[in-house]
Design a protein around this ligand. Structure first.
Ligand SMILES: [Zn+2]
Ligand SMILES: [Zn+2]
Ligand SMILES: [Zn+2]
Ligand SMILES: [Zn+2]
Ligand SMILES: [Zn+2]
Ligand SMILES: [Zn+2]
Length: 382
């Protein structure tokens, strides 16, 4: 990414509503911005970056941790991958021919447990496009699949995106079809699928539980992914399996399109011995773990952030201010946030790029205003 694009993305972060701003800092705050995460091994969830300068398309995919993105790939063209699970930092390993990791040079050649996708080359969705996509005029949100962790366009999910989508976890059509037993759990635990026209869908979507029944499809043996209804009714060997209960009750749903799960669904998945084993074999055990969610990670990030106010992504962009200014900004950050946002938004509205000079000027103006407002000395006693 060029420095211009960096500045624009800072504006992007700040110009959106408070919610998005919080979200962005939560993604970063859950990860360490000073220490390479490599010694921790495969981290449960962390912010990740791919470097288009070091490992461009055509080379082997690699991902680096937050701290390495700052310290080892400064000024490089980075793809922001948001968070991914069970990943070990690749920075400087065999995949990197020109860069050495400054933070943790002692690494194995490869991290064989890492999973890679086209995201590591800046491509997303089943349509394999960059984001933002200069050739795409359609306004559409990108939603991350909790299984493959790819980001998909709402319109490429093979179904209708429910409202309040940010509160729901989504599993894409491909991942559902790879793990057909999930369709069974989806019948009671997910937003009902609506196979019909979009107009109908919009009306029914808010319906929640009520809509569920009307959208269930009749249970037919040849349609059900797992054992048939008849067989499950007769099979009483494991009466505690919720999956079998669902099948016995002939609850079913249309088996196509992405699935949006209702909140708390992970804890309601059946975790009987058989289902646990099925999940393990499918490498989906993380679905039984509520702390695997992005929400849980962000919550952890918010808690961390309160402990270490200095580690704001904004602060790293303002590194070249002197120490007194920095300290003051940390203290006054909350007060000033709105004003800084307004300031940056003016540039965004005019399509102008913010330079470090502009930022410096902004803070100088802020300080002179503050000096008038506040009794002298208060901010400058040393
Ligand atoms: Zn690292
Ligand atoms: Zn790099
Ligand atoms: Zn590094
Ligand atoms: Zn797409
Ligand atoms: Zn998926
Ligand atoms: Zn079960």
């Amino acid at each position: 990414m060029t420095s211009e694009e960096h500045t624009v993305s800072l504006v992007d972060v700040l110009e959106e509503d408070e919610e998005l701003e919080e979200e962005a800092s939560a993604v970063l705050a859950g990860s360490d911005s000073d220490h390479c995460s490599y010694p921790q091994g495969y981290v449960k969830r962390q912010a990740l970056y791919a470097c288009n300068t070091c490992t461009p398309k055509g080379s082997e995919a690699a991902g680096v941790c937050l701290a390495c993105s700052y310290k080892c790939h400064e000024g490089h063209d980075l793809f922001e991958l948001y968070t991914k699970r069970n990943f070990r930092c690749d920075c400087g390993n065999k995949k990197f021919t020109s860069v050495q990791c400054k933070l943790n040079p002692e690494k194995e050649e490869l991290n064989t447990g890492n999973k890679y996708s086209h995201n590591f080359f800046g491509l997303y969705c089943t349509c394999n496009r960059p984001y933002p996509d200069p050739e795409d005029q359609v306004e559409d949100e990108m939603i991350q699949c909790v299984v493959c962790e790819d980001w998909l366009h709402g319109r490429h999910l093979g179904g209708v995106v429910p409202e309040c989508v940010e509160l729901q976890e989504m599993i894409c059509d491909a991942c559902m079809s790879r793990n057909p037993f999930l369709w069974t759990s989806a019948a009671p635990l997910a937003v009902p699928s609506v196979g019909s026209t979009e107009a109908e869908v919009k009306e029914e979507n808010g319906g929640g539980e009520a809509a569920e029944a009307s959208n269930s499809v009749p249970c037919k043996d040849e349609e059900a992914g797992g054992p048939s209804c008849k067989r499950s009714r007769l099979d009483s060997s494991e009466p505690d399996c919720r999956l079998k209960e669902i099948q016995a009750a002939c609850q079913n749903r249309v088996q196509s399109g992405a699935v949006f799960w209702l909140s708390g669904w992970r804890s309601k998945l059946c975790s009987c011995a058989t289902c646990k084993k099925t999940m393990e074999e499918a490498e989906l055990s993380f679905l039984l773990d509520e702390s695997d969610t992005v929400l849980a990670y962000e919550h952890k990030g918010k808690t961390n952030e309160q402990r270490q106010q200095g580690h704001d992504p904004l602060m790293s962009a303002l590194d070249n201010l002197n120490r007194v200014q920095q300290l003051e900004i940390i203290h006054e950050y909350n007060d000033m946030k709105t004003e800084l946002k307004d300031f940056l938004q003016r540039f965004a509205a005019e399509g102008k790029v913010v330079t470090p000079e502009d930022i410096r000027q902004f803070f100088e103006e802020q300080q002179s205003r503050k000096r008038q407002r506040v009794n002298t000395g208060q901010f400058y006693c040393s």
